[in-house]
Design a protein around this ligand. Sequence first.
Ligand code: G6P
Length: 362
Amino acid sequence: SASEKGAYEHYMLKEIDEQPAVMRALQQVYLNADGTVEIDDEMLTAIKNSERIYVVAAGTSYHAGLVGRELFEKIAQVPTEVHVASEFAYNPPLLAEKPFFIFLSQSGETADSREVLKRVNEWNYPSLTITNVPNSTLSREASYTMLLHAGPEIAVASTKAYTAQVAVEAILAKAIGQMKGLQKAIEFDLKKELTLVANAMQIMVDEKYNMEMLADEYLKTTRNAFYIGRGIDYDVAIEAALKLKEISYIQTEGFASGELKHGTIALIEEGTPVIAIITNELTAAHTRSNVQEVIARGANVIRIVMDSLSQDQDQIVIPEVHPLLTPLVSIIPAQLLAYYASKNRGYDVDKPRNLAKSVTVE
Ligand code: G6P
C-alpha cells in the first residue's frame, strides 16, 4: 500500500520521491482538459465576495501559507494575511469586514488551528480547509474542503504535503482570478506549469547523490546553519530551515537576506554554513552580494539557483519553472540536505525527538 516504505530506508525519502506524482495527481483532480480549473462555484463566490483572505496554520503548513499569500495576491488579487494558529487564537488581528479563512493542515487535526476555526464559526465567517485527510476535524468543521491528494504522509518532517499545499493554493488562486476575469489568472497555465514543475522535481529528486555529498561536506559537524533568500525565496528559506533543524538538530534559521546586515551577520564565523536560495531575477544580484558578505566573514555557502540565473560556482541548479512556483522545486534540495544531514549524524530521520506528526493539544 501507499503507506509502506518498500525498498526505502525511511518514509521521508519515499515521500520526497513521490512529489512529482502528487503534482500530476493534482492536475488530474483539479484541472479540466482545456486547462481551466474545476472548483466549487459557491466557494469561489464566497472568496470573490470577501475583502481579504486569512490563512491560518501551524508548522510547515504555515510556511506553505506564506507562499500562498504570494499566489493569492499576485494571481487572484486578493489581499492576504498569513497567521500562526496558536498566535491568532488568543490575539486575533483587526479583521476586515468580510474575511475569508483558509486553514492549511496536513492532518486536519491540529488543535491550534481547531481553536481558531471554532472562533471563526462563532463569528459566522466562511472558511476553507485544505487538508490531506478527508473527514478530518478541520475539514468537517469548515464550510468547504479541498483535498491534497498526496497520499498518507508518515514521516514527522512534512515534505509532500508542503508541495501539495502550495500546488493547491496555486490552483485555487487561478480559479479565483479566473472567476474575476483577471488576465493574469487566465494566462496562468497550470497544465503546462505543473507539468514543468513535476519534471523539474524529478530532476531534483534524482540528484540524491549530489545532495548527500553536500550534506556530508557542509552539514556533518556544524552546530548552526542559515538559509537566506528574498521574497518567495525567503518563504522557502524559513521552511528549509525548519526541515533541517527538526531532524538534524542543527540550530538553523531562515532569514531575509537583506536583514543579515541588521544583526544576524554577527553570528557568521569561519565555517558557518549559509544556504542561499536564488530564483528571482529582480533580487538575484542583491542576494549574491549578501552571499559575498558572508563569504568574506568565513561562511561556507551553498547556492540553490534557478537555471537562468545560475553561475559556474553554484552547487545546486534547479530547472526553470514559473516564478511563483519555484518553491515547489527549490524546497526539494533543502528536503534532501535535511534528510542526509540527519541520516549522516545517525538520527532517527522519520521520528525526530520531542516531535509528533499531529499535535492535538494546544
Ligand atoms: C506538527 C508536525 C509538523 C506540522 C505541524 C502542523 O508539528 O510535526 O510537521 O507541520 O504539526 O500540522 P498539520 O497537520 O496541521 O499540517
